[in-house]
Every structure is written in structure tokens, then in C-alpha cells.
Write a protein that binds this ligand. Structure first.
Ligand code: NAX
Length: 325
């Protein structure tokens, strides 16, 4: 067994947190040989519920779970943390405009960015799940000057996984045989799920798909999948979101297969002419605990237009919270 690592989950008593805590504690994120100390953060009114989660974690008797800390103090929750999954966020309430949501969450992610800066291990890897995920990640990063901005990422892996599954169904393949999917941009309805580089069992699939299906079925279905699930379930995606968060962290730490890449929201470095200063989803390859944006992919005019559209939304989100950066 290795030395234990500390994993912080915020919003740990919420829907996604309830899935994540058990899967991480049982070794599904970092491996069965990696002991975990879970550091769970909630707001004060949710502490009784969080204590219930802690009791259930104990009752699982996971061999990989070394300790659990449950708290409403961000400084304690991020103390010496090696990995953080920032899930807790303010949901969009009735009558709330997009900018109200941005502002409410900006406060949470400013506070947590500072707590990470002051308490966490400086090599910490951070995944932001709470929405608006890309801009929340930017705010947290801006408030953590001691941590490399590359270590703050946002989750578009759920969109990536959804797109693979949707394509596999369409062409009668298996999700695991669909490679080189890309989600560009924001985790929002402007995201661009790009199939132009996708291969199934080693062959490009672009020519098997009609433009009409792409434009009027596939792209809107992936962009709206979250809303479709809310309509069906009466609650937003939780198990699939937790699963995607685990995939994101697993691949970042342990690497991507040599014949594939994944989508991650990461600070733009100007690749593909996307403006630096925003957190934008790119195709990335991971190895030795770091990621690199896949370079030099040919981009069609069809794609370019959609990549710019989602970039514009992220720049607008950034402008709305500029004073916090
Ligand atoms: P829930 O409302 O079930 O849980 C959120 C939890 O966060 C609650 O228990 C709440 O008490 C806690 N919380 C609120 N403010 C906090 C703070 N300042 N510190 C610590 N905890 C805090 O929501 P859930 O369904 O778990 O979703 C969580 C977030 O994930 C939402 O923002 C949601 O929009 C977002 N999602 C993001 C996805 C993505 O792909 N990036 C997909 C799934 C999900 O919709």
C-alpha cells in the first residue's frame, strides 16, 4: 500500500457528492492500492446529512479508506489536500438570471480558491464540477496565485462520455470503441461536440453520418442532454456526473491510452486561436500526472464557427466576474 493521499470533495452531502464519496473511497479513482483520506466540505445546515454520509462510509469498511474528515470549514477541508473535486455550488433558483447565478457562485469559488491557496499541497489537482464550471474554475484559480493555473480544470467529461455513448448507439458500435471525441468550449448549451476526428474500431466515422443528423439531432442532443435528464428524472444527472468526474481525475493522474484523448476544461494557452484567460474545453492527452492540449488538428469551417460561438460565451462570463479575478 502507498502513503495515503488527501481528497477533498465539496458539496459532499449533495446528489453528486453522495455518489463520488463512495466510489473514491473504494479506490475507483486512484486505484485499489492507494489509501485515501476523504476531506468532505458542506455548508453548516448540511452537516447532519454529511454525518450520515460519514457513517455510511464507515459501514462500507473499505480497505482503501484511511480516514474521513467532515467539516463546514474550508481551511480544514483543503488542508494538505492533493486532489479536490469542487462540486458544491448554488443552484439556479426561480427568477434567477444567468448573471445572478454567476455572482452567487463567484463568492463561493473566490473563498474556496483562497482556502486552497493557503492550505492545500501546492501540487494539488483541482476539478470544478459545480456550475458554471468553467468560469468557477477560473475564479478559484485566480484566487490561488501560489498554485499553477494549469492545476485548475473544469468538467466536460460528462459531455464527452454522453457523446461517445450517443454515437455508439447510432452506428451500432460500443462506447469503448469510439475514440477521439472532442467537446470544445463551455460546459453549457453552447458547447461543441465535434465528431470530425472520431474513429470507431480504427476507422473515421464522419462519412457515415449525415450533416442533417449532426446539426439537428446529435449536436443539440448532447448540448441539451442535462435538461432532458432533468425532465425524465425530476432531478439533474448525478451518478453519470460522478462517474465522469472520476474518469477525469483518473485519466489526469494515471494517463490516457495512446490511441485516444479526452476532453477537459483547461486554461486556454491560445491553441486553436482560443483567447487565453478563459477555461475552455480542449482535447488533451495525459501522462505522468500532467495534460497536454492535442495540437495541429485540422479544423473545418463548420467546427470553427461553433468553437468561436462557445468561446464568446466564456468571454462574456469572464467579463461578468472580471472584478473577482
Ligand atoms: P446538490 O444540490 O444535490 O448538491 C450540492 C451540495 O453542495 C449541497 O449539499 C449543498 O449544501 C452544497 N453546497 C452549496 N454551497 C456550498 C459551499 N459553499 N461549500 C460546500 N458545499 C456547498 O447538487 P448536485 O446535483 O450534487 O450538483 C452539484 C453541482 O454540479 C451543480 O452546480 C450542478 O449544476 C453541477 N453539475 C455539473 C455538471 C458538469 O458536467 N460540469 C454535470 C452535473 C451537474 O449538473
Amino acid at each position: 500500500m502507498k502513503k495515503p493521499v488527501r481528497v477533498t470533495i465539496t458539496g459532499a452531502a449533495g446528489q453528486i457528492g453522495y455518489q463520488l464519496a463512495f466510489r473514491i473511497a473504494s479506490g475507483q479513482m486512484l486505484g485499489k492500492d492507494q489509501p485515501i483520506i476523504l476531506q468532505l466540505l458542506e455548508i453548516s445546515p448540511a452537516l447532519p446529512a454529511l454525518n450520515g454520509v460519514v457513517m455510511e462510509l464507515e459501514d462500507c469498511a473499505f480497505s482503501t479508506l484511511a480516514n474521513v474528515i467532515a467539516t463546514d470549514d474550508a481551511n480544514l477541508a483543503f488542508k494538505d489536500s492533493d486532489y479536490a473535486l469542487l462540486v458544491g455550488a448554488m443552484p439556479r433558483g426561480p427568477g434567477m438570471e444567468r448573471n445572478d447565478l454567476l455572482e452567487a457562485n463567484a463568492k463561493i469559488f473566490t473563498h474556496q480558491g483562497k482556502a486552497i491557496n493557503e492550505n492545500a499541497d501546492h501540487q494539488i489537482k483541482v476539478l470544478v464540477v459545480g456550475n458554471p464550471a468553467n468560469t468557477n474554475a477560473l475564479i478559484a484559480s485566480s484566487n490561488a496565485p501560489n498554485i499553477n493555473p494549469k492545476n485548475f480544470t473544469a468538467m466536460t467529461r460528462l459531455d464527452h462520455n454522453r457523446a461517445k455513448a450517443y454515437l455508439a448507439k447510432k452506428i451500432n458500435s460500443k462506447s469503448q470503441d469510439i475514440k477521439n471525441m472532442i467537446i470544445w468550449g463551455n460546459h453549457s448549451a453552447t458547447q461543441y461536440p465535434d465528431i470530425e476526428h472520431v474513429k470507431s474500431a480504427g476507422s473515421h466515422i464522419k462519412n457515415e453520418l449525415k450533416l442533417d443528423w449532426l446539426e439537428n439531432d446529435f449536436i443539440p442532443a448532447i448540448q441539451q442532454r442535462g435538461a432532458t435528464i432533468i425532465k425524465a428524472r425530476g432531478a439533474s444527472s448525478a451518478a453519470s456526473a460522478a462517474s465522469a468526474a472520476i474518469d477525469h481525475m483518473h485519466d489526469w493522474v494515471l494517463g490516457t491510452p495512446s490511441d485516444d484523448w479526452v476532453s477537459m476544461g483547461v486554461p486556454s494557452d491560445g491553441s486553436y486561436n482560443i483567447a487565453p484567460g478563459i477555461i475552455y474545453s480542449f482535447p488533451v492527452r495525459c501522462s505522468n500526472g500532467s495534460y497536454q492540449i492535442v495540437q495541429n488538428l485540422p479544423i473545418s469551417d463548420f467546427s470553427k464557427k461553433r468553437m468561436i460561438n462557445t468561446e464568446i460565451e466564456l468571454r462574456e462570463e469572464r467579463a461578468a466576474v472580471e472584478d473577482l479575478l
